[in-house]
Design a protein around this ligand. Sequence first.
Ligand SMILES: *[C@@H]1O[C@H](CO)[C@@H](O)[C@H](O)[C@H]1NC(C)=O
Ligand SMILES: *[C@@H]1O[C@H](CO)[C@@H](O)[C@H](O)[C@H]1NC(C)=O
Ligand SMILES: *[C@@H]1O[C@H](CO)[C@@H](O)[C@H](O)[C@H]1NC(C)=O
Length: 813
Amino acid sequence: MDHKGFPVLGLFGCLGLLLLTLHTVHGDVVYSLPEEMKRGSVIGNIDKDLGIKVDSLSTRKARIDTEGSGKRYCDINLSNGDVTVADRIDREALCGKKASCTLKQELVLENPLELHRISLHVEDINDNSPQFKKETMKFEIRESAGKGNRFRLDEAHDADIGQNAVQSYSISTNEHFNLNVIAKSGGGKYSELVLEKELDREEQQELTVVLTAADGGRPKRSGTVVIHITVLDANDNAPVFSQAAYKATVPENSPLHTVVITVTATDLDEGVNGEVTYEFDHISDETNNVFSLDEKTGEVRVSGPVDYEELSTYEMQVTAKDGLGLVSSCTLLIDVKDVNDNAPITSIKSLTNPIPENVPAGTEVAVINVQDRDSGENRQVRCSIQQNLPFKLVPSIKNYYSLVTTAELDRELVSDYNITITATDEGSPPLSSSKSVQLSVADVNDNPPVFEEQSYNAYVTENNKPGSTFCSVSALDPDWRQNGTVIYSLLPGEVNGAPVSSYLSVNGDTGLIHAVRSLDYEQFRSFKVHVMARDNGSPPLSSNVTVSVSITDVNDNSPQILYPAPEGHSFMTELVPKAAQGGSLVSKVIAVDADSGQNAWLSYHIVKSTDPGLFTIGLHSGEIRTQRDISESDNMKQNLIVAVKDNGQPSLSATCSMYLLISDNLAEVPELKDMSYDETNPKLTSYLIIALVSVSTFFLTFIIVILGVRFCRRRKPRLLFDGAVAIPSAYLPPNYAEVDGTGTLRSTYNYDAYLTTGSRTSDFKFVRSYNDNTLPADQTLKKSPTDFSEVFGDGDGFPEVRLEKTNRLNLCD
Ligand SMILES: *[C@@H]1O[C@H](CO)[C@@H](O)[C@H](O)[C@H]1NC(C)=O
Ligand SMILES: *[C@@H]1O[C@H](CO)[C@@H](O)[C@H](O)[C@H]1NC(C)=O
Ligand SMILES: *[C@@H]1O[C@H](CO)[C@@H](O)[C@H](O)[C@H]1NC(C)=O
């Protein structure tokens, strides 16, 4: 409280005098005084102001009273009549905001009772500062707030009135705000903040300004308040990617959820405004199926099959968006790295199948294409086929290969090839695949039929049935189907002057050789035919084989007794010298058998004799010898019946009679025509033989003709006549020579036979029998055999006689 009361008192004193004057009239007095004067301060004098004498005050018990129960604010000094302040006078407490503040007091005097009103007019002094309600003010202003935006501030209050109340506001200096002070219509003032420059949360998140309110007192008083301004975020920042473009590489076939790359965008804003979400921007479905983007973290992961072969580079836009939709984007490039995941694929572009076996080496068989969908090394493909095949792969243009032959093919060795083409790429690990090509080799008729044997020997028993099979030939042709179908046929040839087909036929399909007619060992023992095997190719190939047919003998010929003539026809008699000693050769039975071997091995037996003890016959030589010396008592005429048997099964036999005359003199038997034969006279013997042979041959020829005619008519395929001999030695195998040693003669036979007209029909025809002309081949006889031919003509069946070891030959007629 300011108590510089005197100047004020002086002022109020003058005023009091003026008032006093006024109150004198009414008996009242008014004192004006500032509030908060010290107790005891004199504010007036009742003597002067009211004219009441000081010395009477005590006696008149002068005192101050209040109206009602009000408080007493002044006092009277009874000794000098001064009116003094009795208590603290606080205008604000007593009167608040009232413009005038008057306190009513009464001066009471007794004896006589006198009442004077004393009004204390309290005046304001600036004893209060302006005050704000709170010490701080808080504001939240969005950074997006625009220029000129106003923010009303709390008003400051000052208990004083008038000039001492709040008169002005000011704020501390700052960049953003100005202050605008507004007077209220009912008095008082308030202020507002005016935004002069936009806020930026990202630059300054909070700011503080101080607001000062000042009054108009003297001296001035002021009050302040701190204004806290929090700048609220506005979405004024778009997300920003850390790179404008991202590049990543991912191996193909990466497993699902593999992280490829993480894109990052930052947003300076906070809260929702700074929450960045990522997404792909307009991407194709393929990409979408392959990669996924985590919208929160920005991780790009594999979400589907990554196939380099499908797509090797992905380019996409990634956008980042904050909570309220500010967007930015970047480019993401993903390169797919090739992995060797594709095996080469082999395809056959063309194939010559089947391929003829005769194509030259180097012929192209197939064209092969190899593809590998990978790239780089993984795409490099090597092709191979298995070893040991007559084929190779020749690289051609680009991915093409030719499969060519490296050698001649032989269908008969290998008819099918399984060629496995293996393609391997150069990746690591390499992948490979293989493909099989089945190749058949087509046949070409390049193999002639080949007989299983180099030559064939056939044995046929004579008198075989026509049509019987006695041999088979077989040839193989490894070619295919008709190129390997073998057809057999007889090559034309002659046997004994007749076509070979009249003896044999061969079954074209089976190679079985049939006799066309009955064969006769006595006619010829063997012959050769050539059989051809031909395939059905075009042109056909063929080969020949020789079939040697050997006819085996059957005991079908009885021994033929040449000498002496058969029983009943003999006119010949042998002379036995009387002086013949035991063991001397008397005669010889000469017999032949047209058969051979055992069938022609003749044995001689004396069946009946006049004197059984006199003669013996050599079992095999036929030589008749005396068994003992001839005695005078022996009968001059001796008769022997000799049987000649061959050794066949069953054996055949013939008999003859031999007449022996025991005499030394031919004259004793004048009817005998033959002469003794002397070894010492070979020349005579030769003539004799020639003569005898000639005669007998002529005779026999005659008989042959007669009998031949007769037998032909009877169609009897048997012997025409006995004794005819004609076997050309050319037809005799050498091993038959020892048979000759037995003195056997061979004869030809006429017989009927069936001939076939062709090798492949079974249609037999009866054909005329015939005889081969015989050719003498032996030089046993001194004369050349042709001489006989000349003598007897070239007729059928003329005899040829071959004799060895013959001492004596007598022909019976
Ligand atoms: C070729 O292959 C086929 C099928 O794989 C098989 O049936 C045939 O026997 C094979 N041929 C050869 C000659 O290996
Ligand atoms: C037989 O060989 C010929 C060539 O010599 C050939 O043209 C033909 O196709 C072959 N036949 C068969 C059935 O293989
Ligand atoms: C087969 O015989 C015929 C006739 O004699 C002959 O022309 C041909 O060359 C022979 N063929 C062979 C393969 O011997």
